[in-house]
Design a protein around this ligand. Structure first.
Ligand code: HSE
Length: 405
């Protein structure tokens, strides 16, 4: 079956490489013959082993009836959305690794795929090479998903790991991540939690059956964390991780957050270090399931893309029951109404008086040893908004506030 690739960047070139290297193996084990037909990119690649497939015109793909499967690895919403829509309308299956596209336009594209009896698949959009989408939509289909909690961004996990194990501050750890090629020159989408937010929205959409848009989801990154926060978290036996979380509440609404969180050192997610990702899914029948592996990288991500390509080739004449429907804003709960504990590091002019005030407000507040002029504590479990209101009433000059997982 002929396959075109739109976008010859890191992942797109990895897809070409996986198809070229493993076509025989795939033919033998999966009984589909994959052949590259076109590679779309605005750049020139005269020295590439795949130069013969290059085109700058999307119509070469759209007008080729022999190309039934198109891989989109361009990134960004446009022109990817226009091109993917056109491919689906032409009756071509589309496989995408583009989390921004899926998070912002998944409802429209899934609908277009259904209308045209083709598939729009995106295993690689969350967790890179880790199987997450298919396990969630297929293997765990008998469950009502109660919670998804993940370390879904490798760059921030690398930075936090360096802050935890090497006592680095955020700026030094970010510089190292950039030197190693994990963090981009403009690291905003990673360090401010935007990338993790897109990914948890995709997972929550799958679990809830309704599109969850990233806009409006509580998203807090790691750029304000200090080495002192990390050291103080350790006093409570915790590490700090960027946790993307979607929780199904008792009233069937969903609460989504992306934020740093204190994770107990003996928790499964605490041991996920460096650029690795992990996703913990709690089903009402199966209990906890952990998926772990390389969340980014050329061949790891391409392996997930090509698995989707194989799936499309094996079901070339059918539209799979997969995805979700339109958004329902009433389905989302305000995180400030949901119970949590907060870790706080506060500047104080009168430690004894402020400790007494805290004990009076929250008799089960837990304190850690702290320097003069500082209080470090974990609040009791209460709705987050109420906790923050009480904290504000103490009038601390400065505070770090981090959720407890
Ligand atoms: N920038 C992302 C990360 C790449 O660091 O995890 C994979 O989506």
């Amino acid at each position: 079956m002929n396959v075109a690739i739109m976008g010859f960047g890191v992942v797109g070139s990895g897809v070409a490489e996986v198809i070229a290297s493993n076509a025989d193996h795939i033919a033998k084990h999966s009984r589909v013959e994959l052949r590259l037909s076109h590679i779309l990119d605005i750049r020139d690649f005269p020295d590439s082993a795949f130069a013969q497939y290059m085109t700058k015109d999307v119509n070469d793909i759209l007008s080729d009836d022999d190309t039934r499967i198109v891989v989109e690895t361009m990134g960004g919403v446009e022109p990817a959305f226009t091109f993917v829509s056109a491919c689906l309308k032409k009756g071509k299956h589309v496989v995408s690794s583009n989390k921004e596209l899926v998070a912002k336009k998944g409802d429209v594209l899934l609908n277009l795929a259904r209308e045209n009896n083709v598939n729009f698949l995106f295993e690689a959009a969350v967790g890179g090479g880790i199987p997450i989408i298919r396990p969630l939509s297929l293997c765990l289909a008998a469950n009502r998903v109660q919670q998804i909690a993940g370390i879904l961004n490798g760059t921030t996990n690398f930075i936090l790991s360096k802050m935890i194990t090497d006592n680095m501050d955020f700026a030094a750890a970010l510089r190292l991540a950039q030197e190693k090629g994990y963090a981009e020159k403009d690291p905003t989408a990673d360090v401010e939690g935007i990338d993790a937010c897109r990914k948890i929205c995709i997972l929550a959409s799958l679990a809830s059956g309704k599109h969850v848009f990233p806009d409006g989801i509580y998203t807090e990154g790691i750029s304000a964390l200090t080495a002192q926060d990390v050291r103080d978290a350790a006093k409570f036996g915790c590490v700090i991780k960027l946790i993307a979380r979607a929780t199904r509440l008792d009233d069937a609404r969903w609460c989504l957050t992306v934020s740093p969180a204190l994770v107990p050192q003996d928790h499964m997610l605490a041991g996920v270090s460096g650029v690795f990702n992990a996703c913990l899914v709690r089903g009402d029948m199966v209990g906890d399931v952990l998926m772990y592996g390389q969340g980014a990288g050329k061949l790891a991500t391409a392996s997930a893309v090509v698995a989707d390509v194989i799936d499309c080739a094996q079901h070339a004449d059918a539209s799979k029951v997969f995805g979700w429907g339109e958004a329902d804003p009433a389905m989302l709960a305000d995180p400030m109404t949901v119970e949590t504990k907060l870790f706080v590091r506060a500047e104080t002019a009168d430690k004894a008086a402020d400790t007494a005030k805290l004990n009076a407000a929250w008799p089960d507040c837990t304190f850690a040893d702290s320097e003069d002029g500082e209080l470090v504590f974990i609040t009791p479990m209460q709705p987050e908004g109420a906790l923050r209101d009480t904290l504000a009433s103490f009038g601390f000059a400065d505070m770090s506030v981090i959720r407890v997982f």
